[in-house]
Design a protein around this ligand. Sequence first.
Ligand code: FES
Ligand code: FES
Length: 155
Amino acid sequence: MASYRFSVNGTARTVESSDPDQPLLYVLRNALGLTGTKFGCGLGQCGACTVIIDGDAARSCITPISAVASRNVTTLEGLGTPDTPHPVQAAFIAEQAAQCGYCTNGMVMTSAALLARQPDATLDDAKLALAGNLCRCGTHHRILRAVMRAAGRTP
Ligand code: FES
Ligand code: FES
């Protein structure tokens, strides 16, 4: 069985897997207990499973474990804590930007990646970045308000 060593939320982790194509999503949730990352479609189509890999938002359901060896993975648990939330997490709370909350991980992680590389992102930038993240509840308006709040653009 092969071993894969990579960083998760700043901590070096080693995971064994007999399948180099095992999705990172399964490793995070089942082997490492990081259940903030959600299984939505499993097909790369909804964004619920988004994590940040070396600064870029990535869909962990279609990222094989072999592709993250020696790379830096950040999950929702690595962004902030209930006491000290990441600015994007704080903005989602302030704007009450969730209904069922199932899409929220992907929305937060994608937005955090956007603002890390583009802190002054505009509403159009946020719409573009989140275009592939689906929300079945229709919370898009509040989500975009939260991203703009995190970008310091709250009216
Ligand atoms: S669960 Fe990965 S994109 Fe839907
Ligand atoms: S809040 Fe329910 S899917 Fe987005």
